[in-house]
Write a protein that binds this ligand. Sequence first.
Ligand SMILES: [Cu+2]
Length: 151
Amino acid sequence: MKALTTFGVAAIMVIGASSLAWSADTHVTVDGQAYAFQTAPQQRNGAAFLTINNADTQEHILDSVSGDVAGHIEIHSMSMDGGKMEMRKLDSLPVPAQSHVALTPSGYHLMLIDLNAPLTLDQDFPLSLHFKDGSVIETSVRVVKPGTKPE
Ligand SMILES: [Cu+2]
């Protein structure tokens, strides 16, 4: 009974923290507000940031991301290499059991390649996060001033 009670509390907390996300698998959610930086008219690419929370006792793997905002969307990592920032395309991004992965301007991020239109301030656009187990999370991304976060 104790295990059941604990699980119930965890599930309520996850739902409360992610009212903007929906998942077929309620173990995995987007925490807080996903966001992207405003882009200049000639800018072809943008980047989106969010935190993926995994309340499950097993790992879930982000496999791909889709959305109408760009021609295609890649999962990237960013690291320092010989004093300069380097981005790398990842095939997938594991979210460890009972943990979370934060996608931020200085680390993992979603690269929006070949934008269909510039990202304008306060605009919201949808993204679908596809996981290896077949589950999909729909989330709404808010466009903010470069270098800032949503309130
Ligand atoms: Cu990138």
